[in-house]
Design a protein around this ligand. Structure first.
Ligand SMILES: NC(=O)c1ccc[n+]([C@@H]2O[C@H](COP(=O)([O-])OP(=O)(O)OC[C@H]3O[C@@H](n4cnc5c(N)ncnc54)[C@H](O)[C@@H]3O)[C@@H](O)[C@H]2O)c1
Length: 255
């Protein structure tokens, strides 16, 4: 028996990275998965590797596109039980506040904050139609901790996701909808690892703060999302769900 048997999950940003890993894991655990992403080629590929999944092209920053996504999911699988709002961007021109231009701020907020807002706005009514469900909004440890290596728009957008999630959790709890903010620590994704292989000192600067001395794997974050998606987390609501290997608990780490 799978941990998500009979559930329909819509995962945004599921073409690659953590979202792709989650699509594979959720489908292994019995869910029907909607792989939703702007990137069609890799999105189709992810969906094809899942047990039962379809790809839907979506731009999470566009209201019409997000509304159409949940319409399509409902038409295809009869309803929606899990919203995993995972799509997010971190462009290179989002840096210190001294150099980040308003345009970069707007682009980051359009995907990371407005995107989660739109997915909740059009997705939660679908969960209510089924008598409840689980919403997993992806924030980050940076919503809770400051970094001198700033990415100011990204950090602020994740703060918005965190506070929005808390409020939705309180508003919809009595109607069966749980909303949690998944806050990963740094994850070993291809993009990040490529960045660090070009600049080992930047990697070391971050690794030293991690009590475990390593980044998370995408599977470790997807496994936490699986718990939040499943009925095993039926009393977990409004949580700042940190999956950071103890990073946010650390003052001095082992040598
Ligand atoms: N990787 C990390 O270290 C880390 C740490 C904390 C939080 N996060 C968060 O986890 C989530 C996933 O991160 P990842 O590292 O797997 O990222 P990733 O870049 O590997 O994947 C993000 C996916 O989102 C898609 N996407 C981008 N813009 C979109 C849009 N407008 N509409 C629909 N899809 C869009 C991309 O095509 C891509 O497939 C993000 O929200 C990220 O902020 C990541």
């Amino acid at each position: 028996m799978g941990r998500l048997d009979g559930k329909v999950a819509v995962i945004t940003g599921a073409a690659g990275g953590i979202g792709r890993e989650a699509a594979l894991l959720f489908s292994e655990e019995g869910a029907s998965v909607v792989v939703a992403d702007v990137s069609a080629e890799s999105g189709e590929k992810t969906a094809a590797e899942c047990r039962e999944a379809v790809f839907e092209k979506v731009d999470v920053s566009d209201a019409g596109s997000v509304e159409a996504l949940y319409d399509a999911a409902t038409r295809r699988f009869g309803g929606v039980d899990v919203l995993y709002n995972n799509a997010g961007i971190m462009p290179p021109d989002d840096d210190s506040i001294l150099t980040t231009e308003p345009d970069a701020w707007d682009r980051v907020h359009a995907v990371n904050a407005r995107g989660v807002f739109l997915c909740c706005k059009f997705g939660i009514p679908r969960l209510l139609d089924r008598g409840g469900g689980s919403v997993i909004n992806v924030a980050s440890f940076v919503a809770l901790m400051g970094a001198a290596t700033s990415q100011i728009a990204y950090t602020a957008s994740k703060g918005a996701v965190l506070s929005m999630s808390r409020e939705l959790a309180v508003q919809f709890a009595r109607r069966g909808v749980r909303v949690n903010a998944l806050c990963p620590g740094p994850v070993e994704t291809p993009l990040l690892m490529r960045l660090f292989s070009d600049d080992p000192a930047a990697y070391e600067r971050r690794r030293v703060h991690l009590p475990m001395g390593r980044l998370a794997t995408a599977r470790e974050i997807a496994s936490a999302a699986l718990f939040l998606a499943s009925d095993e987390s039926s009393y977990v609501n409004g949580a700042t769900f940190l999956v950071d290997g103890g990073l946010s608990a650390a003052y001095v780490t082992p040598e």
